[in-house]
Ligand binder design. Structure first.
Ligand code: SME
Length: 185
């Protein structure tokens, strides 16, 4: 999808939480610690990868009002990412490795933090409301890249090392979960 403006599915342009005050570093640490515990508790009984990703996207979105778009791009080919699960406005469906912030993270297998997406060459504007962004790699138990976790904010420079560290820790909770997306039939 080549959307550069609000997509047709955008029904809640104020979901960026701009009315809430910015969190201090200590508040952010405490919130991440709490939400990491919630996610671990939900996933503890065992589930599959898509349910795990859905849980992470949901609980992060609920925990941080300034998260405008929170979710995964799954690796569906040698160098292709596909959207979902996510919380937020309409996301573009497919991203090739090397393209945009997500594709750059996938190619490098490294965290990418962008303070102002307008300054990032090749940034893919799924929703023009996004201003800053963090993307972290998701690796399986054999250290293969299986997805990236992307979080966008309508605030400039919303993400830092604290977010990077916690988001990377949280996605390790997906390690070992089966991909059961082929349903029983
Ligand atoms: N901005 C991203 C694309 C994904 S969306 O923001 C949901 C990028 O440049 O990779």
């Amino acid at each position: 999808m080549a959307a550069t403006q609000h997509s047709p599915g955008t029904i809640s342009p104020d979901r960026g939480g701009d009315a809430t005050p910015p969190m201090s570093g200590a508040e952010k640490e405490a919130r991440y610690r709490e939400v990491r515990g919630q996610i671990a508790a939900v996933l503890e009984g065992g589930t599959d990868l898509v349910a795990g990703m859905s849980t992470i996207a949901c609980l992060l979105d609920q925990a941080f009002p300034h998260f405008f778009w929170t979710g995964f791009y799954r690796r569906v080919g040698p160098s292709l990412l596909r959207v979902g699960p996510y919380q937020g406005t309409m996301g573009c469906l497919d991203i090739e490795f090397g393209r945009g912030v997500c594709g750059t993270c996938a190619e490098r297998r490294q965290r990418v933090i962008v303070e102002d997406v307008h300054e990032f060459p090749g940034h893919i504007a799924c929703d023009a409301a996004s201003v800053s962004e963090i993307v972290v790699p998701v690796l399986d138990a054999e250290d293969r890249l299986i997805a990236v976790l992307d979080v966008d904010s309508t605030r400039p420079a919303a993400f830092d090392e604290v977010d990077g560290r916690w988001l990377e820790e949280i996605v390790t909770l997906l390690r070992g979960l089966d991909d059961a997306s082929v349903v029983w039939r």
